[in-house]
Write a protein that binds this ligand. Structure first.
Ligand code: MEZ
Length: 565
């Protein structure tokens, strides 16, 4: 049912000066609707990235001094956590008291964790020999917040080779080729598996899968469930996990991995957030599936990420000796909500652009192709908003909170494809905005890049093994698949393909181990020695577990930036 446009009866949610700019957008819409905008050539793309992408701001990065990636540059906010002392209180930890012994311990209850658990059972493990331990509730994750779609080359005019080339090009050819090959080969099978389980994908009247382009794709291969694709997939998989009665421990983040004398991972130290007590879980294989790091608010960006995305898995894995790849890049999604303030930084799915909407500047002009690879599109938006003095074009629209954004001309979608298209295919976005009196089928919405994804992560092989014996990783915490820039819809496929493979590999490894190993925190003690040698401030502690929004910090911006005066 159509929601009555509330601003017909209420005050205009846009300020008069914003409304004046919207009038310019409306005045040019008819002539823009059939206008073609060409993608940038490779040379210009590089130039724009160099000048405007936040990854190219050298002062935002710092060299890591300890651990397997010592000598590499990473975002300062991450290095602060890598170069920090453990959080647990040794006087409260009793390693001799083991709460549970399992075959496979999965740390994280998002898409990768639940999929790994499902496939570990398919590989022959008894569900009761698995444990999913998760920081928040099972399912609280970026996986469910992923909106626009999942890529798989399953049409005649497409092929895994084409998909492979797109991923490699999008990632600036820094990707690990064998991981990309694995992803594109497995992808069509994963979509079939979803359908068998009951995932409801968008279909045409004749039952064929509706597939769209995403930024940087050479073929239409985005499969979606309206604009809550990740939620739909995790809904179904999590139901399976529940039906199989795989044990789940909620509000119980791992605060450290446990290792034996050889450095093999043999379990984890969990922290019960409700009782403040630690517990020891021994495991024959451990899978890190803790997701990404959006809540570090790198370079003070707001984020699309869920509350628990605080890089915990990276910290734990790194202390145990797992190396990381591509941590010198961060993904900023081009279209985060810039207005109204209550939703600042939340995701406005790329599917809005895939469905025909274009970014438009304050004068009502196109300034970019709408489906450039993400890093390029984000840079084009930043260029349009930045003032001339700093090399930009100063064509953004300022919000009452002092943020500058550009219009995403959402009414173009119904104009191109017929009334009702937006509401039917982009239900979430429609509801998100109408709650604030903005009808995106009538008015454009204001957007600006927002921190969205950790392009890199812990290096894995094709089956999710890390460099550390006994430790596997799956989903956003691992790296290598996406190189220096992920394309839309490959994160969902990543957590599916490598969640499945890690679950199977962990189960196989566990079946080959007759006994549980010894558990110790010796690897942490060795890491602490190195921190001391590097004179790291003793006050610094990690993993973060929960972001701290007390004091000045809001959703990624300090309060003075939001002060309209
Ligand atoms: O892959 C993603 O990040 C995704 C699907 C996001 C989106 O724009 O919807």
């Amino acid at each position: 049912m159509r929601v009555e446009r509330s601003n017909k009866n209420q005050e205009d949610p846009y300020l008069p000066r914003m409304r004046e700019s919207i009038e310019k957008v409306e005045a040019t819409r008819e002539e823009r609707i059939d206008q073609e905008v060409e993608p940038l050539d490779p040379k210009t793309r590089d130039k724009v990235l160099n000048e405007f992408h936040p990854d190219y701001i050298e002062s935002a990065f710092r060299e890591v001094n300890v651990g397997p990636n010592a000598g590499e540059m990473m975002p300062k906010e991450l290095v602060d956590l890598l170069e920090a002392y453990p959080k647990y209180d040794p006087s409260e930890v009793n390693l001799a008291k083991v709460e549970k012994e399992v075959d496979v311990l999965i740390i994280g209850g998002g898409g990768a964790g639940n999929i790994a658990a499902y496939w570990a059972v398919q590989e022959g493990l008894d569900p009761s020999d698995i444990l999913i331990a998760t920081k928040l509730r099972n399912g609280d994750s970026n996986s469910v917040m992923s909106q626009g779609g999942v890529q798989a080359a399953d049409r005649e005019e497409d092929s895994p080779v084409q998909h492979y080339l797109d991923i490699m090009g999008g990632g600036h050819y820094a990707n690990k080729p064998d991981l990309v090959e694995t992803l594109v080969r497995d992808a069509p099978k994963m979509i079939e598996w979803h359908e068998d389980l009951g995932v409801i994908y968008d279909k045409d009247g004749d039952g064929a899968m509706k597939e769209l382009h995403g930024g940087g794709t050479s073929r239409k291969r985005l499969h979606s469930a309206k604009d809550y694709t990740g939620l739909e997939i995790v809904r179904v998989v999590r139901d399976e996990v529940r039906n199989m009665a795989i044990p789940v421990k909620e509000f119980a983040p791992a605060v450290e991995l446990l290792t034996d004398a050889d450095g093999t991972v043999t379990g984890a130290l969990l922290f019960n957030m409700e009782t403040d007590k630690y517990s020891v879980v021994k495991a024959k294989s451990v899978i890190l599936a803790t997701g990404g790091f959006g809540r570090l608010h790198i370079q003070d960006f707001p984020t699309t990420n869920h509350y628990g995305a605080t890089a915990d898995g990276l910290i734990l894995g790194y202390r145990a000796g797992a190396n990381m790849l591509d941590m010198d890049t961060v993904q900023y999604h081009p279209t985060g909500a810039a207005y109204p303030q209550q939703i600042m930084g939340l995701l406005v799915t790329e599917k809005v652009r895939s469905s025909g909407a274009y970014p438009v500047n304050s004068e009502g002009e196109f300034f970019t192709f709408n489906l450039e690879p993400r890093d390029v599109e984000a840079s084009m938006l930043i260029r349009e908003c930045r003032d001339v003095e700093h090399g930009g074009r100063d064509n953004g629209v300022e919000t009452p909170g002092g943020i500058t954004g550009v219009w995403l001309d959402t009414p173009m979608i119904d104009m191109k494809h017929g009334e009702g298209t937006f509401e039917k295919n982009l239900e979430y976005i429609y509801r998100l905005y109408t709650r604030f009196g903005i009808d995106p089928t009538e008015d454009p919405i204001l957007v600006y890049p927002t921190l969205h994804y950790q392009n890199g992560g812990i290096e894995i092989d094709n089956d999710g093994h890390t460099a550390v014996e006994g430790l596997l990783a799956a989903g956003e915490v691992e790296g290598g698949v996406h190189g220096k820039n992920r394309l839309m819809g490959n994160s969902i496929m990543d957590y599916n393909v490598f969640g499945r493979r890690a679950g199977i590999a962990a189960a196989r490894r566990a079946k080959g181990e007759s006994e549980w190993g010894e558990v110790s925190l010796e690897h942490v003690e060795r890491y602490v020695d190195k921190l001391r040698e590097s004179d790291v401030d003793m006050q610094k502690r990690s993993p973060m577990l929960i972001p701290d929004y007390r004091g000045e910090r809001t959703q990624g911006r300090t309060l003075d930036l939001l002060d309209p005066s």
